[in-house]
Design a protein around this ligand. Structure first.
Ligand code: IPM
Ligand code: MG
Length: 372
């Protein structure tokens, strides 16, 4: 029996292209694993009305972790139009499978390292080493949303919040509400993960990215909990910033920051910004990590226009594989893989179109594998 059982979720769009690239490096590393292919993505939404079939969730429960590539997601009405004719008008609503996976498996940490590899022509600077900890299950992604605003909810809000007077006279049909739910435990656990990481890898500060001056209750709770947790880590300073200012500071002085921690939506935005500083989404990997299970993915989307062309940069997917190796405890392999990526980029001979080269996805993966 293999040491690990790993689910592969290529998804769609360029998902297959980059998953093939990941397999090249995994085969070269000879990780002792059995790989299980699973059904997920746009195809299953159109055919079955479910982009994340129940059978896939069952398979995942029998695996140690999963590698996920990319999935197309479209707004509600557009998604409904692409359903098979027999599934139309049944009230099926498309929900992003990756967001659901994060919630179903309680993968509350989204770890997003953004490190500048020397020699990458796309780097903003060469001395950037940022790690974003994004809360991954709550906040604006909780899925507690309404349109129109139900009358009973409106009645309660009118009684409880004086600020509802701003909406007086507006029909409930014309009001949409998306809730931003934070829990104390949810704030504590993501902040703790960020501090633990800072401690393990020797960072002297953790920067909290929120907006408590305006979003008083949710961001406020996160700040209060972060202060308590920071007190448990004497050598590590807590820097509190507002998300808007942070976007500016990250462009101005990215080299001054290390570990960042934020809620779901702000973390989503800030991590794309951080990714661009080190070459864009072709270099950005994520770990969706819970207490017993994890899903690793490139941060980029499915880029349908490049699907099957084996043209896109596989580095993000390969770095996601590195995060998986580290999480499994195969840190020696993880380190070797990152060094092989660094060497390939530094040599600059094999590069994909985004880096100004003309190597394909698999050539780049092979170049990395050759340097392992
Ligand atoms: C990400 C993506 C997803 C998110 C989308 C595809 C639902 O942007 O992983 O950052 O918003 O979390
Ligand atoms: Mg995103």
């Amino acid at each position: 029996m293999a040491k690990y059982r790993i689910a592969l979720m290529p998804g769609d769009g360029i998902g297959n292209d980059v998953m093939d690239a990941a397999k090249i490096v995994l085969d070269k590393l000879a990780l002792d694993a059995e790989y299980v292919n699973t059904d997920i993505g746009w195809e299953f939404w159109c055919k079955e009305g479910e982009p994340l079939p129940v059978r896939t969730i069952s398979t995942l429960k029998e695996c140690d972790c999963a590698l996920f590539a990319a999935i197309t997601s479209k707004p509600k009405e557009e998604a409904a139009r692409e359903l098979a004719p027999e599934l139309q008008d049944k009230g099926l609503v498309y929900r992003s499978p990756i967001v659901r996976l994060r919630q179903v498996f309680d993968l509350y940490t989204n770890l997003r390292p953004c490190k500048a590899f020397k020699g990458n022509p796309l780097n903003y600077r060469d001395d950037i080493d940022l790690v974003v900890f994004r809360e991954n299950t709550q906040g604006l992604y909780s899925g507690v949303e309404f349109h129109p605003l139900p009358e009973e909810l409106r009645g309660v809000l009118d009684i409880l919040s004086p600020n509802m007077t701003a909406f007086q006279g507006i029909a409930s049909a014309d009001i949409a509400l998306s809730t931003r739910i934070f829990t104390r435990q949810g704030c504590q656990r993501i902040v703790r993960r960020a501090f633990e990481y800072a401690k393990q890898f020797g960072y002297s500060s953790v920067t909290l990215v929120e907006k408590p001056n305006v979003i008083r209750e949710t961001s406020g709770l996160m700040v209060r909990e972060a202060r308590k947790i920071a007190a448990e880590y004497p050598g590590i300073e807590l820097w509190e910033t507002n998300v808007d200012a942070m976007a500016m500071w990250l462009i101005k002085n990215p080299q001054n920051y290390g570990v960042l921690v934020s809620s779901n939506m702000f973390g989503d935005i800030i991590s794309d910004l951080a990714a661009q500083l080190v070459g864009g989404l072709g270099f950005a990997a994520s770990g969706n990590i819970g207490d017993n299970f994890a899903v690793f993915e490139p941060t980029h989307g499915s880029a349908p226009k490049y699907a099957g062309q084996y043209k896109v940069n596989p580095t993000a997917m390969i770095l996601a594989t590195k995060l998986m190796l580290d999480w499994l405890g195969e840190t020696e392999m993880g380190t070797r893989l990152e060094q092989a990526v660094a060497r390939t980029i530094a040599e600059g001979k094999v590069c994909t179109y985004d880096m100004g080269g003309n190597s394909g996805t698999l050539e780049m993966a092979q170049a990395i594998a050759d340097r392992l």
